[in-house]
Design a protein around this ligand. Sequence first.
Ligand SMILES: [Zn+2]
Length: 323
Amino acid sequence: MSVQSTSGSIVEQFQTNADIEVDPEDVHERVTTLIDEYQVPEGEARRSVVSHLLDEHEIDRDAFYAQSGSDGNDLVGCGDIEAPEQWVDLEAEVIQLWEPKSDSIAQVGLLADDTGRIKFVSWAASNLPELEEGEAYALSNVVSDKYDGKFSVKLNKTTNIERLDEEIDTADGSESFTSEGALVKIKPGSGLIKRCPEEDCSRVLNDGRCSEHGQVEGEFDMRIKAALDNGQEVESVIFDAEATEAVTGWSLDEATSAAMDALDTTIVAEEFRSQLVGRYFEIEGPEVGEYHLVDEVEESSPDVACEADAARLLDEHFDAEMD
Ligand SMILES: [Zn+2]
């Protein structure tokens, strides 16, 4: 959509939905400024200008958007919501309901689909049908919100709720769980790595090349891919930069300058190897693909049962040799 047609459609929307004539030149100028001078993406520029005009003309947002119906909304995943004040449609399962802390809230809980989870709030004043835990719904015309850095969606009086018969796949792996074991191995691809700086890419570079974008100027990142052995099975785990810092005491900056001083990035992985291998950890985080991601990590002491086992095994070996 061009700037011209974006401004045109805004003017039209105010005519149709609110019966208000907004100044086309003013709209055009605002849209152009946001897109050309501030490099704001078109959709966002549109939202921002509409929001400004709603305030300026003191138009009730819910009523305004209700006029638009839900035809114009994108069906998005719970995990894909990355901006506040976006009007979207969701198809998700209510996986949890909490006790509302205020009388103004009818329901509050957690929605999930295969892209992630998001908190939802349904306002008492909106008089919406009650959602049931464990049921899947198509929710059209909900609006995103951001609080404390976390996104949520608000159901409002323009929201349409339809119960879905089909099951929603909520297995996005965001279920956090705990593992404990000995860190027995640090795998290749650990330490200081470089990622593709292209938007939405962040692939790990191989010899300065991104498999999608070719040769790029990479950005440093830090991680540890390791094997955690609990005596029964060996699990692949990944520490991201934050978890790596928590467990090694090395920040990304420190790791980068150490590598620069040594003119060798591999010293970082070596340092991590010498620090961590053989120690016991309890980690907590979701599973993604074959990896258990580390959100929380704590050093733990070897399981007493494990030690007893080890002692018994040693005894058995010893007895066998004696026979
Ligand atoms: Zn890339």
